[in-house]
Write a protein that binds this ligand. Structure first.
Ligand code: M6P
Ligand code: ZN
Length: 174
């Protein structure tokens, strides 16, 4: 239970199906159209005086071998940073810059993760229960899904031999 609960954003597979590598697997799953994640946004004015904050519940699952994930974004004002705090489950924070720098951070309950200015960020559920984390970022940051929606991140996070692995994304162009 979240208090305050905030304004709910729901993302189902149909909202992001083209972001997964295995399009045949995605197509087959669309019949059920699973819920991938929910974001509970506490509503504050979108200006630099305020701090946006929200809680994300990312459900366990895979499309082919690729774990359920958030869309991922740069900030519209790209030099705005963000802080994550993991509440439940297990996941990976995936980050990159437009120069092609790439980084991942394992998150478990209690992990505080810092997303520096200029770094795009995506979360991946690498566990088998909901991965839940709180996030806070400057009020004017905004979300830029732009190139990430078509090309994705430098690497994709897949299950290999029972654990996660980051493998090169063939669609990524620097
Ligand atoms: C985190 C924050 C939010 C973001 C959410 C889902 O809670 O970074 O700003 O909206 O994750 O990620 P996305 O918007 O990339 O789908
Ligand atoms: Zn962000």
């Amino acid at each position: 239970a979240l208090n305050p609960q905030g304004k709910l954003v729901v993302r189902k597979l149909s909202d992001m199906r083209e972001m997964y590598q295995d399009q045949d697997a995605a197509q087959a799953m669309l019949a059920d159209n699973p819920l991938v994640y929910e974001v509970y946004n506490v509503v504050v004015p979108e200006n630099e005086e305020h701090i946006q904050h929200c809680t994300t519940i990312l459900y366990p699952g895979k499309v082919g071998q690729e774990y359920f994930m958030t869309k991922g974004h740069y900030h519209e004002i790209i030099n705005r940073a963000e802080i994550y705090f993991c509440l439940k489950g297990r996941g990976l924070l995936v980050m990159q810059t437009k120069e092609g720098d790439f980084s991942t951070l394992e998150m478990v309950p209690g992990t505080i993760a810092y997303v520096p200015p200029y770094w795009a960020h995506r979360s991946v559920n690498t566990g088998d229960e909901p991965f839940v984390f709180f996030a806070a970022y400057p009020g004017d940051a905004g979300h830029d899904y732009g190139g990430i929606e078509t090309e994705g991140f430098v690497k994709v996070i897949v299950e290999e031999a029972g654990r996660y692995a980051a493998i090169d994304n063939p669609k990524y162009v620097k």
